[in-house]
Design a protein around this ligand. Structure first.
Ligand SMILES: Cc1cc2nc3c(=O)[nH]c(=O)nc-3n(C[C@H](O)[C@H](O)[C@H](O)COP(=O)(O)OP(=O)(O)OC[C@H]3O[C@@H](n4cnc5c(N)ncnc54)[C@H](O)[C@@H]3O)c2cc1C
Ligand code: FES
Length: 278
């Protein structure tokens, strides 16, 4: 199904935002930064390419060299511009440096980039399904849907990661692999009962690891429920120049940074796209 892209366009070039808060949240770090030079209306699901002002590159192997892609978790207009929040997990050199940012440091960013989530069409219920760090782009979406019918379903490995559930005011249902928080099992176990009899009245919004997204895609296809999936692939530039983020769809190959990262599930034979997921 084709749709008009829901995107806010980024200004040219990289700019500096100022870190206003950096806090640990279980296994994650939540960074807030005041962006005085960008648009104030990014669409949930869009992303920014981030780097630190100091300590980026250098070291023994000169990594990281390129910026790294991050969905914004929340965006709040402020007198000085837009306060952006990013939720991240330190898994490598770039995320480790970003996780070490302190108040007053510069956060270099390009964005917002890509296409975000569509709003549900009334009277559709919005079913938000997040796995691990994939809950990040669902935060802003949940805020924008406050009061609308639907449910937020989150899955995590264990209690340290489930701490991110506290950021949601939409009273999420939580599942953990080890049963330490919420139900023991997978977030797709929480989703399945919500899909029964919902064919025309629900839209699923999902972000998470590829295996979760593929399970969501298959469940929604079987139930005839509309779904939008926020995918990941390795992104070097974030704006269409490097072709590093190409993924296969039923319409052919696309650059995920330009034509995604949010895709309608019916464009995919599988959400297990090459190069995705960590
Ligand atoms: C559109 C988009 C939005 C994202 N949003 C978030 C977010 O909100 N929070 C967050 O923590 N992370 C997010 N990511 C993932 C984040 O970009 C990567 O974790 C980061 O680039 C890793 O950089 P690094 O230098 O720390 O680790 P690297 O050394 O570059 O990578 C560490 C490991 O992660 C894998 N990896 C690296 N980048 C990606 C990627 N983009 N997709 C899949 N696997 C990857 C590598 O293969 C390696 O195994 C997003 C990625 C994309 C494409
Ligand atoms: S990240 Fe360079 S083209 Fe998509």
């Amino acid at each position: 199904m084709s749709r008009a892209p829901r995107r806010t366009t980024a200004p040219f070039g990289r700019r500096a935002a100022e870190v206003t808060q950096a806090e640990r949240l279980g296994a994650y770090v939540l960074i807030s930064a005041l962006d005085g030079g960008g648009p104030t209306d990014p669409v949930p699901g869009q992303f920014y390419m981030l780097a630190t002002g100091e300590r980026w590159g250098g070291g023994t192997d000169e990594r990281p060299y390129l910026g790294r892609a991050f969905s914004f978790a929340r965006a709040r207009p402020d007198p000085g511009g837009l306060t952006l929040q990013f939720l991240l997990e330190a898994i490598g050199p770039g995320t480790a440096r970003l996780a070490g940012l302190e108040v007053g440091d510069a956060l270099l960013l390009v964005g917002p980039l890509g296409i975000g989530f569509d709003a549900p069409e009334a009277p559709q219920h919005a079913l938000l399904v997040g796995g691990g760090i994939g809950v990040a782009p669902l935060l802003g979406l949940a805020d924008s849907l406050e009061g609308a019918p639907g449910a937020t379903l989150l899955g995590f490995r264990g209690a340290a990661h489930a701490a991110a559930g506290e950021l949601f005011s939409s009273q999420p249902q939580i599942a953990t692999d080890d049963g330490s928080v919420g139900a023991a099992g997978l977030v797709t176990d929480l989703l399945a009962p919500h899909l029964e009899g919902q064919a025309l009245d629900a839209r699923v919004y999902a972000c998470g690891p590829p295996a979760m997204l593929e399970a969501v895609r298959a469940l929604c296809a079987a139930a005839g429920v509309d779904a939008q999936l926020a995918l990941e692939s390795g992104m070097a530039c974030g704006f269409g120049a490097c072709f590093g983020c190409v993924v296969p769809t039923r319409d052919g190959l696309i650059r995920l940074c330009l034509d995604g990262p949010v895709l309608n599930a019916d464009r995919l034979d599988s959400a297990l796209v090459p190069g995705a997921g960590h």
